[in-house]
Design a protein around this ligand. Structure first.
Ligand SMILES: [Zn+2]
Length: 76
């Protein structure tokens, strides 16, 4: 793939709704697997657009927050 092709491909990638970085989703690129499959599922978040893909940095951050939250005080 040439540099021009790579740039064009990047322009079509979905953007991370948190930070705006291009998200390289393997499934959307026609591959069998996506790097996100190596992570645990993220609970549905009403603040995210339906079907949105987060970049790895933001997915990891949200998963860490989710893990902390699930062990939080039982006051709800
Ligand atoms: Zn991001």
């Amino acid at each position: 793939m040439s540099d021009a092709d790579a740039r064009r491909a990047e322009g079509t990638l979905p953007r991370c709704p948190d930070c705006g970085a291009p998200v390289r989703c393997g499934l959307r690129l026609g591959e069998e697997r996506c790097w996100c499959m190596a992570h645990p599922p993220l609970a549905p978040d009403p603040t995210l657009p339906e079907g949105a893909c987060l970049c790895e940095a933001c997915l990891t951050r949200r998963l860490e927050a989710q893990a902390r939250g699930s062990r939080g005080p039982k006051d709800s």
